[in-house]
Design a protein around this ligand. Structure first.
Ligand code: FAD
Ligand code: FES
Length: 257
């Protein structure tokens, strides 16, 4: 893990309120894994001391991309950054998803902005010769991650809540139909999506890893602000996670952010 000064290459609003920022920075060493994140300093004054955690969306040598939703002051600041601006970040942090060597068919489940770490994951899986199916959900067609940005070779299935494209409904409505052939499931989305997944009989004996989002203070295992209860004891999302086995988290005790 190290601190890096990154230079903005481009910053585009690719969906309403969602930005794709491409950065040039020193290669993250050791090489980052899908599911890991960076802590970004989103502003310059004392009020911006707390960095914001963002998943690594794409990584290619010196080039790093982040995908973020503008929800508050930090991400608003980041959305205003322009080419050649400098951004300070810390990373790569956290554990990352783990692909078992024997797994051949991987099922990726993205709820909304949850697509952020799963594009990196899909790239990695395809480069390892895995068969990748991606279930991608959004409220409506206009909020669906652009298909042209997905890695070639991914089998894509979409669902929108209003039915404007793909299947009509939540991504968890169609998920049971795709678990059968999958050796592993990798998900990123809101806590409610995970709670639904945790109750699904189709996922009962299926290895499923999820990326847990918590408010983070330090991102380094120092402040204990991100502690969650799991069946394996108290865990810090920033250090022991953010990737956990779906079955390990005690969902009833987890507060919504
Ligand atoms: C490991 C990890 C990876 C993440 N990856 C991404 C990503 O790739 N893309 C992305 O858009 N977001 C991601 N998030 C969420 C992101 O960190 C927050 O949206 C961001 O910190 C909000 O900062 P802000 O200053 O704009 O908003 P704030 O002013 O701090 O908060 C505004 C709103 O955002 C909510 N919020 C604040 N922090 C979080 C959080 N950590 N998780 C969820 N909601 C939060 C608050 O409840 C509030 O409603 C990730 C979070 C974690 C823990
Ligand atoms: S954010 Fe400080 S310990 Fe995890």
């Amino acid at each position: 893990m190290k601190q890096a000064e990154a230079t903005v290459i481009s910053n585009d609003e690719i969906m309403p309120g969602v930005y794709l920022i491409r950065l040039d920075c020193l290669p993250i060493a050791p090489p980052a894994r899908p599911g890991q994140f960076v802590m970004v300093r989103c502003g310059e004054g004392a009020e911006y001391q707390l960095r914001r955690p963002l998943s690594i969306h794409q990584l290619d040598g010196n080039k790093l991309a982040l995908l973020f939703n503008v929800v508050g002051r930090g991400t608003q600041w980041l959305s205003q950054c322009q080419a050649s601006d400098k951004i300070n970040l810390l990373g790569a942090l956290g554990n990352g998803y783990t692909i078992h060597p024997d797994s051949k068919k991987l099922l990726l489940v993205a709820g909304g902005i949850g697509i952020a770490p799963l594009v990196f994951m899909a790239n990695e899986a395809i480069s390892k010769g895995k068969e990748v199916t991606l279930l991608l959900g959004a409220p409506a067609a206009g909020q669906l991650y652009p298909i042209r940005l997905l890695p070639a070779g991914v089998r894509l299935v979409t669902a929108t809540e209003d039915g404007s494209t793909g299947e009509k409904g939540l991504i968890t409505d169609i998920l049971p139909g795709f678990t059968g052939g999958a050796d592993q499931v990798f998900a990123c989305g809101p806590v409610d999506m995970y709670r639904t997944m945790a109750r699904m009989p189709e996922l009962k004996d299926k290895p499923a890893q999820i990326s847990l989002e918590m408010r983070m203070g330090c991102g380094l295992g120092v402040c204990y602000g991100c502690t969650v209860k799991t069946k394996k004891g108290l865990k810090q999302v920033c250090k022991d996670g953010p990737i956990f086995e779906l079955e390990d988290v005690i969902w009833e005790e987890l507060a919504d952010i």
